[in-house]
Write a protein that binds this ligand. Structure first.
Ligand SMILES: [Zn+2]
Length: 360
């Protein structure tokens, strides 16, 4: 009985062996085709990743990382791997609020950097991601869909970035706009440029806001130098930061541009939204009241300003302060003095605090 079974097994094994030999004889390419298919697949994937945009590559790497259970390895928005030898102090992260872009500069990061050191993370607030290499220094430009504060941390060779909304960091958010800038000088009287007076007042205001440790107010400035962001960038900073207040600072001239006895402070608001509770009109009233009392200037009243782009398109309460008249000799002299600029800034600061107290 046992002998018979052994015999049957021997026959069975021989048949299987014969079929295998026959199969290999008739289809010798089976094995080679499988290898070739794998090679083609790898090549296709490499070609695809070579044509990917930075953002697509982020998603691609993140999806691959997910398969390897790396997705929960960090809670931040982005993880960037640094090339060997690059230390955290060598890396700069610059947050440009006005254009909502982050610039990350990484030394020794050549053109292949993004391929060699895949970045992973969540792309939900990223509109675009561009990588460029200049003189062996890699610059990663990330365009965001809103105003975020960047929180960076390092662990080993990884740089982690987290995007925080202004509201996650501050009780209230204010956007301050210094009028004009760069080639746009505004009014020019006796060699004095409006853009410079507007900026000088904003810088005094910034000094006061920076020194205020009592209130947790996040302040974003459309400019703190002689740059000239376009009107849309200015208003979008306020809209995208979901600011509680948007205050623009300018100075006035007579229509003809001639010197006259007319002087004083005026504030523009959006008359199309004047019925809004705690809206543009009441904010303008507060600004007018506080600035005229700080300066002792003449109250020239509220002025409808819906035809002004940044007023019309502001989605947050807006006021445009015309601090004084550059076409009045005495007021021009005042506006050009540091003391008066400081007083104007103090008035605007009081207006901000009062507006917040009133519930803006
Ligand atoms: Zn102006």
């Amino acid at each position: 009985m046992e002998e018979k079974l052994t015999h049957l097994i021997t026959i069975f094994v021989s048949i299987v062996a014969a079929i295998t030999v026959a199969a290999l004889f008739y289809f010798p390419d089976l094995h080679i085709e499988a290898v070739e298919a794998a090679r083609l697949k790898a090549q296709k994937e490499a070609e695809q990743s070579a044509n990917m945009t930075g953002l697509e590559m982020l998603d691609y790497n993140t999806n691959n990382a997910k398969k390897n259970d790396e997705k929960d390895a960090f809670t931040q928005q982005l993880r960037i791997e640094l090339p060997p030898g690059v230390k955290k102090d060598d890396v700069t992260v610059e947050d440009n609020y006005v254009t909502q872009t982050i610039l990350i500069t990484i030394p020794d990061a050549d053109e292949e950097y993004l391929y060699d050191y895949p970045m992973i993370g969540r792309s939900d607030h990223i509109d675009n991601l561009i990588y460029e290499c200049h003189k062996n220094q890699g610059v990663l430009e990330i365009a965001l869909d809103g105003v975020f504060e960047i929180e960076k941390s390092f662990e080993g060779s990884y740089l982690y970035l987290d995007f925080l909304t202004p509201q996650e960091l501050y009780d209230k958010v204010v956007v301050i706009d210094a009028g004009h800038g760069g080639k746009a000088s505004g009014a020019v009287k006796q060699g004095i440029y409006e853009k410079d007076i507007d900026l000088a007042i904003v810088k005094q205001l910034k000094a006061i806001m920076d020194a205020d440790t009592e209130h947790n107010i996040g302040v974003y400035y459309t400019r703190t130098d002689d740059s000239n962001p376009d009107f849309d960038e200015r208003v979008q900073l306020a809209n995208k930061a979901h600011a509680n207040l948007f205050i623009s600072i300018h100075n006035n001239s007579t229509k003809s541009g001639r010197f006259s006895s007319i002087s004083g402070t005026a504030v523009m608001y959006d008359e199309q939204k004047e019925d809004e509770q705690l809206g543009t009109k009441h904010l303008a009233e507060i600004c007018l009241d506080e600035v005229t009392s700080a300066l002792g200037s003449i109250n020239k009243g509220l002025v409808p300003g819906n035809e002004i782009y940044i007023i019309r398109t502001s989605e947050v309460p807006v006021a445009l302060i015309e601090v004084g008249f550059m076409t009045n000799q005495q007021e021009l002299d005042n506006l050009n003095s540091e003391e008066y600029q400081k007083q104007a800034a103090t008035g605007i600061y009081h207006a901000i605090l009062r507006a917040i107290e009133e519930g803006y």
